[in-house]
Design a protein. Sequence first.
Length: 564
Amino acid sequence: MQQVSTLTLLGAFATVTLAGTLPRGVGPEFASHYENALAHEEWRCINHPEIRIPTTYINDGTCHCPDGSDEPGTAACAYLDTASPAQPLPGSSSGTTKTKNALPGFWCENKGHIGGYVPFSYVNDGVCDYDICCDGTEEFGGKAKCENKCASIGKEFRKLAKEKKAKMERAGAKRMQMAKEADALRHQLEEKIAGLRAEVSVLEKKKDELWKKHAEVELEEKNKVVKSGGSSGSAGGKLGVLLGLAKTRVEELRITLGNVMEQRDDLAGKVAELETILSKFKEEYNPNFNDEGVKAAVKAFEDYAAREADAREHIPDSEVLEVLKEDSEVSGVNWAEFEGGEGDDTDILYSFEAYLPAFVRGAIHEKLGQLRVWLIANGMLADNVKEGTESSLLKAARKDAEAAEKDVKSKKKELTKQEDDLGMDYGPGDIFRAARNKCVSVDAGEYTYELCWLGKTMQKSKKGHGSTSMGNYKRIEFHDADDEERLDGRSLGQGRRMVMKYEDGQQCWNGPKRRTDVWLGCAETEEVWRVSESEKCVYKMEVGTPAACEAEGQPNKADGKDEL
């Protein structure tokens, strides 16, 4: 047993002292520590240089350093971890320390590919870890024979890396195109908003002018002592009301007469038809046929015909048609003669203005008008204006002002909508303006998941059970991703990533409203990679899009490995 231990120590020592070589498992960034130790034949623990041991202890299968730095090529210190129990540390006040391994793992050089570290627990575990250590150097204890596959694996890796690089270049070009399109759309929107603001300003002025005109007309109407009871130009006072009623009544009678005439013509046609039938019956019936009913019918028709012959003449249709003509200056009643009359006797109260000099007439008229309005407002004078008696001039002024106000509200509503769109979060450089209203989807199990940029995320049943809203777009945030890199590019990788927040979806049964976090990764085409439910009614959607690629000249440092 002692002989075996001696051989082991000699083998380890030979490994360390071999000219120009480093101990097994040492990575290039730690090489200087071991080169210095070999030169002085003394090893100082990396994190605890106060602890010194002979270089023969390196890789001897025993963990001498609290940080495990004396065993870079074995699994002896694999148990070290920040969560592991405290380890003895000679010379410290407490005698113990909680520590972790100073080395990241066992270094595989992987010539022909990319070197990397495997966890110490993988060393001599009997498994060939080709995904990390393609040269098989982590299995030197004889439990497994791992041939060096770095040549073939490296070749395939470089092929896929080249394809990925080409895809990323195409994705970058697409992103530039999207950026140009988004910039153009933003400029169009800004120009539209500027135009709408100018239109609103013009319409506001027009509206104010029209309401001012309406107020002036209304004041003029109130300044009149007597107001007409109907449309503009009608007579004033009770006569005006009576004239309006008479005009309305005549029009109603004219319409009724026209209807009666139509009914008369209809009945006359039916009577003529019956007379023709009975006349023919009278001429063709057989008088020798002894039927008292027939004879009585013929006798009654003969009496009817005799009475009609002696009947008075009917009113000619021309006279009725003359009555039905619309009233005007040449037919019927000329209502204009009675409208716009001399007005009420009280108008004389204001007629004295005509005798005043022109330079004081306007001022006196304005003061009298203001006085009358004040008296009416304070209940000292009755207002003769009645509801429903608005003059045509005032009505037209009001309609024009209301139409202008409606136009202003419509334009303001459109302006607000466009300004909200301009202030909406479209991502860096408004990049997603170029993707708005476009959708991408993926099939997963019994459902199809759909993402509409800046719209909604949906879960659609393949069995026809309807669709479920998983959220509505709200904003864009940035979070750190820590995913394993994939050569096909369908991975978020590591670093800051855009996350589109879709919230306020359909209510979950006995739970919150659904929401979706859409994580974006760089890709040549827009595609949904994966969908998962991270917690109840909270979904994670991983999506590739050119919009998530870095702008030219600003590579993502976290993705440096992908460029190898």
